[in-house]
Design a protein around this ligand. Structure first.
Ligand code: ADP
Ligand code: MG
Length: 339
């Protein structure tokens, strides 16, 4: 009898993990923007070329990294955001899995420049396919700039299956929308092939939504607001007459994270019952704040699905809050008892 099991080398393990974390350029955009947010940046710049196929760069003015941390950040399971298993039940950051940079560096050419506020100089690292090519001292402003070039250069099957630039750019913009709406107080700029696509000043939820979806959006937003021990509900629903055939403008944010939830979507639809024409979908931009202990974010690598402790109560609260707001703004049919 002979033993045949071996531990996989790191670069192979990283490449396997990358298969889950990085589906397309938009996945890289999400991970890099989230890292910049976790670094407490108040201005974040996204620069892409050819829909992210040749370049995705994120420049932030956050806390930066030390020389050692800059190197460690590319190791798998290396994170500054949690330390122990119990921290998983109280996540206050976008990241915590410590695998995004390791995964990205396994399947692209990556250049990182970073400097902490009080450091004299910064550090610059180049990595290709998990292999550190160089690490040198550099002059760079406070914060971090990370460039991801030639995504999937070593996985031809993945690279060939990328869609047209128009489609990949659409995915990037969708991801960008979700991130910037979750963080309206942060200033964001986006450039594609050298032209400015977005220039979003620091603002509030309503203004950020209007900046993204256009001035006409403002008049169709009905604010919603409710606060209990379980949840604080804020944000807006679109007036019924603005409901659409497509599901384009439907957003849930839980503790500043975009999430998908068929169940909560059902609660919104239930609140709009009787107000919408057949097959129309309401627009909504709903911001929920809950105790981090009452949710589990760690069900999927991309963290867009989460588990709520008290789903049923949340459903009922959301439905009644929206119903109430629609009634208040006289957009629901109101019964007149004085007639
Ligand atoms: P995670 O975000 O889950 O911790 P990542 O692989 O995305 O894992 O990042 C690893 C670590 O690198 C982070 O925990 C953080 O300490 C550091 N890091 C990554 N990006 C930045 C950034 N833009 N600014 C400062 N630190 C960063
Ligand atoms: Mg991260």
């Amino acid at each position: 009898m002979s033993d045949i099991i071996q531990l996989l080398p790191d670069h192979v393990a990283n490449q396997i993990a990358a298969g889950e974390v990085v589906q397309r350029p938009a996945s890289v955009v999400k991970e890099l923007l989230e890292n910049a947010i976790d670094a407490h940046s108040d201005h974040i710049k996204l620069i892409i070329k050819e829909a992210g196929k040749t370049l995705i760069q994120v420049i932030d003015n956050g806390v930066g990294m030390s020389v050692t941390d800059a190197r460690l950040s590319f190791e798998r399971h290396a994170t500054s955001k949690i330390r122990a298993a119990e921290d998983l039940f109280e996540i206050n950051t976008k990241g915590f899995r410590g695998e995004a940079l390791a995964s990205i560096a396994a399947i692209a050419h990556v250049e990182l420049k970073t400097k902490q506020e009080n450091a004299e100089v910064g550090t610059e690292i180049k990595i290709e396919g998990s292999e550190v090519i160089s690490q040198e001292v550099c002059v760079t402003p406070k914060g971090t700039s990370i460039s991801v070039k030639n995504l999937f250069y070593n996985i031809p099957a993945r690279r060939n299956f990328l869609k047209s630039n128009a489609v990949e750019l659409r995915h990037i913009i969708d991801e960008f929308h979700r991130v910037v709406m979750a963080h309206p107080s942060i200033r964001f700029d986006m450039y594609h092939n050298g032209s400015e696509v977005f220039n979003l000043p620091s603002s509030n939820q309503r203004q950020r939504i209007v900046n993204i979806f256009g001035g006409k959006t403002n008049e169709k937003l009905v604010p919603i607001k409710e606060e209990t021990d379980l949840v604080a509900i804020g944000g807006f629903v679109g007036k019924p007459e603005y409901a659409k055939r497509s599901r384009g403008e439907q957003f849930f944010f839980v503790n500043d994270r975009f999430i998908k939830s068929g169940y909560l979507n059902h609660a919104v639809n239930a609140a709009f019952e009787g107000l919408l024409k057949d097959k129309a979908h309401p627009s909504y931009f709903i911001y929920l704040k809950v105790d981090p202990k009452s949710i589990d974010i760690n069900i999927h690598p991309t963290k867009t699905e989460i588990k709520f402790e008290d789903e049923h109560a949340l459903y009922a609260m959301l439905r009644s809050t929206i119903k109430h707001s629609l009634g208040q703004f006289n957009v629901a049919p109101v019964l007149d008892f004085n007639r």
